[in-house]
Ligand binder design. Structure first.
Ligand code: DGL
Length: 293
């Protein structure tokens, strides 16, 4: 079990949270990337309330160790539970790869049986087979997601016949977090990794953006690829999977507030978050600063 961790500090921090009244769906990412998932969830589930938390002060997570990503993610989940979210979506592949399983198996039983935390990897993997004709899939992600091997493991559990090639793109998240994703300089780093993965497997016809920040680079990625290669962004699949989950879990669905609102929390400066988030969401956003830990 490569991504089940149980550091000592867990035992000093676990406690039962009180049973949730009605609350929003919590959406967590290390930074701005999860906004690409939030947007799709709001489109598909417009009546639901959401609470978005970006740990911008500590992003990126992609180069951090298992234990650190687990601890930061656990703090974020606890915060969202304390804010009344009965359900939290880890809208971050790195956190889903490195922390989700431990949180589900070790933390959740201590925190209240009626709370749930879901990730983005499984809903994405489930649709991959139908998106490739050559059955050669490329997966682009952070160093953490790629080194965890989560995607090849999960893909081959469901679709043993798929050939999976991976590539870590460590500069892509900083380009987004620093609002450089439209700059000419971004092209260099984008070309570098696209060429590298297609050299490893020239038969790839579907490239998965396995990082929630990467859809912000979509125009530049497509401009540097043959149109015969499909670029897959995971937001719509995660949103569809959430809708399906809520239909299959009415007890959870009944705990969720439906006034169509969204609140934004960040561990960085609210002004910086509001400015950047407005660029991604194309609407004004007001954020509140929070402290995790
Ligand atoms: N959006 C996160 C992901 O999907 C980025 C991780 C990071 O902060 O490096 O992996």
């Amino acid at each position: 079990m490569p991504y089940l961790r149980c550091p000592l500090f867990f035992y000093t921090h676990c406690y039962m949270l009180s049973t949730a009244a009605l609350g929003p769906i919590g959406v967590f990412d290390s930074g701005y990337g999860g906004l690409t998932i939030l947007q799709e969830m709001q489109t598909l589930l417009p009546d639901y309330n959401f609470m978005y938390l970006g740990d911008n002060a500590r992003a990126p997570y992609g180069t951090r160790s298992f234990d650190v990503v687990y601890e930061f993610t656990r703090q974020a989940v606890l915060y969202l539970f304390e804010q009344g979210c009965p359900l939290v979506i880890l809208a971050c592949n790195t956190a889903s790869a490195k922390a989700l399983r431990t949180i589900q198996q070790i933390d959740l039983p201590q925190l209240g049986a009626d709370r749930r935390v879901l990730g983005v990897i499984r809903p994405t993997v489930e649709v991959l087979d139908q998106l490739s004709t050559s059955k050669h899939i490329g997966v682009l992600g952070t160093a953490g997601t790629i080194s965890s091997q989560s995607y090849p493991i999960e893909i081959n559990k469901l679709f043993a016949h798929l050939h999976v090639t991976t590539e870590a793109c460590p500069m892509w998240v900083p380009l987004v977090e620093n609002n450089e994703f439209r700059s000419d300089g971004a092209d260099y780093f984008i070309q570098q990794h696209l060429q590298s993965i297609l050299t490893k497997d020239p038969q790839i016809d579907a490239l998965l953006l396995a990082c929630t920040h990467y859809p912000l680079l979509m125009d530049k990625i497509k401009a540097n690829l043959s149109p015969s290669i499909q670029v897959i962004s995971q937001g719509a699949y995660v949103a569809a999977s959430l809708k399906d989950y809520l239909a299959r879990h009415p007890a959870m669905d009944q705990q969720l507030l439906r006034q169509g609102t969204c609140t934004f929390k960040t561990t960085e400066s609210p002004a910086k978050f509001s400015e950047a988030a407005a660029l991604f969401l194309l609407q004004a956003v007001e954020a509140e600063r929070v402290f995790l830990g």
